[in-house]
Each structure stands twice: as structure tokens, then as C-alpha cells.
Design a protein around this ligand. Sequence first.
Ligand code: BV8
Ligand code: ZN
Length: 296
Amino acid sequence: MAATGQSPEQSIKRLAELLAGARRPAALTGAGISAESGIPTFRSGDSGFWGRFSPQDLATPQAFAADPLLVWCWYAWRRAQLAEVQPNAGHKALAELEHRPAGFTVITQNVDGLHQAAGSRNVIEVHGSITAVRCSADCTPRRYRLHERETDPTAATAFGADREVAQLVAERGDEAFALIREGHAIPSGVPPVCPSCGAYLRPDVVWFGEELPIEAINRSYKLAERADVFLAVGTSAVVYPAAGLPELAGAAGAVVVEINPEPTPLSNQADLSIRSGAGSALSAALELLDRGPGRA
Ligand code: BV8
Ligand code: ZN
């Protein structure tokens, strides 16, 4: 049963004690940990991406097949937003935990790359990455990456219109997507095509109804089964199979800690549910950890 009756200070102290004693800690993170960097979440309030669009409109293979330009532009807009943001205290605290004797692994549903930007090296991206694109016909395993656009002509083309799309959205807001949908204001060169077979390139993310990368999800299952402390940070815990990881960890004996300002379907199963933002909770716990044993 979740210990929600504790004061925020007691919960943070308990989190610090758990991290101090953990031998195999891990975390599942969701869009909420990037919210403090200014990236809209998927489901909370009208600031969420889905507030403007339903997931079925944009994050499915069917949507891409039906309207590749609109789906491409939605990701181009999101990539351009990423260029303006930094990792926050929550990302940095999880990166810091990697340097402790027990180490730390982050399993993330996020596709924004902010954990790596904060310094985390042990990151499993179970839903792929928005900073890479691949052939939508899977004719080659080649990924074209955002950071290659200065050196690789296909990457340069693939990411070349991101700023143009972002500019259009900045000037016209939601109307931009309507204009794009109706075939006006089409930025040049989008959607880009695969140099090998001519099919459209697509974001290297996992869409609804698509299987998760088998190596990533199997590694995540193993980590959850072996964890002794498992954090669920900034996730609404509704998208499976990722949302099943904290349940799996708890069933295998881990202490499960949820960090989320809102209750979720996980809240009643977690051993500790901390009603707080990720940045403040994780940095406060780390501070107690840094004060050394006995005082956490
Ligand atoms: C699969 C990548 C099977 C793309 C994403 C019906 C039709 C089709 C599928 C299904 C269906 N019913 C069930 C399914 C399965 C489906 C699913 O679970 N759907 C749900 C909605 C019911 N899952 C799938 O389709 C998965 N694949 O099942 O394949 C299969 C089997 C065989 C053969 C073929 C297929 C694939 C799911 C992956 C989808 N891709 N993203 C992109 O980014 O564009 S999902 C997207 O939402 C995110 O990646 C994330 O993973 C997911 C959940 O979002 P969260 O990260 O939790 O974010 P959210 O906004 O929801 O919540 C944010 C939380 O943060 C809130 O709770 C908020 O309170 C909190 N918060 C806010 N501020 C803070 C904070 N927390 C801390 N600090 C703060 N400051
Ligand atoms: Zn191809």
C-alpha cells in the first residue's frame, strides 16, 4: 500500500535512505521528467501534445501513411523545440546517481535525449529517439541522426526543414498544422525520402500499435526483475508494455517509488508515492545522500 500519509520531508528522507542502501537501482521515466525543461507532456492539461491532437492522429503508422507531411512536421516542430531546451535537475540527479557504487540505469519512454544530455550513459530508450530517422520501408537498418546533418547529405536533407516548420508553427500556431494538412505552406524537402529506395524517411520512434525494440524491452524486463529499488518518475503509467515495468519490479521484490505531482494507476501499488515534481524530489534526495550515511 502506498505510504502517502508521510510528509514530503519524510518521503524524501525515505527515498534517500532507499537510494543509499540500493544495490541494483533503476528508474522508468516518462514525459513528466522533461516537463520542467519546458517540453509539453502527453496527457496533462491543454499544454500536453495530445491536447492539440489525439495520439491516433499523429503517433501511429496509419497516421503517417495517411498524412506523412503532417506527421513529419509534428516531429520536426518537436525536434526544433528540443534545440531550445536543457536537461533539468531531475535528469541531472539521475545522471549523478550513476556515479555511486551501485550505479544506475534509466529506462525512458521519452524520445527527447535529455537524459543523455544530462550525462546519463546507462539509458534504455524503449520508445526510440526523435533525434534519428530511418527508412519507413525498412529497406536498410541505417539511422540518420540529427548530429550528422553537418556531415551527411541525407541527414542534412532530413533535418533541414525543422527550423522552417518551427518558424511556421511559431508564427501561425495550430493553424500551421491546418495549413500543412491542406497542402499549403509546405516547407521545402519534407517529408524527405530514403536515398536507397525512395520511400519516405520516418522518425525512429515507436508508434502506437508498433512493437518496442526487442533488445531494449528485454533488457528493461531483466532490469526490473533484478532491481531492489525501482523509481517511476514522471509517467502516467498508462502506456504498455513500459507501464508494466514498475509492477514487474514490485512483484519481483523491489521497493517501488513513484514521483509524480498527480496520482496515477501506479500510485496505490507503489511502496512510496511522492506527490512532487521530479526535479525537486530527486535533487532533495540526492542532497540528503551527499550528507553521508546516517543523516539521509
Ligand atoms: C504495443 C513515442 C503491441 C512516440 C509513444 C489500442 C490500440 C493500439 C494499441 C493499444 C491499444 N490498447 C492498448 C494498446 C497498447 C498501447 C497502449 O498502451 N496504449 C495505451 C494508450 C492504452 N501500446 C502500444 O501501442 C505499444 N506497442 O503495444 O505493441 C504489439 C504487439 C505485437 C505486434 C505489434 C504490436 C507502443 C507504445 C509506444 C507509443 N509511443 N511515444 C512519440 O513520442 O511521438 S507513447 C507516449 O506516451 C510516450 O512515449 C510515453 O511512453 C507514453 C506515456 O506518456 P508519459 O511519458 O507517461 O507521459 P504523460 O503525458 O502520459 O504523463 C506525464 C506524467 O508526468 C503525468 O502523470 C504528470 O502528472 C507527470 N508530471 C507532470 N509534471 C511533472 C510530472 N512528473 C514529475 N515531475 C513533473 N514536474
Ligand atoms: Zn529505403
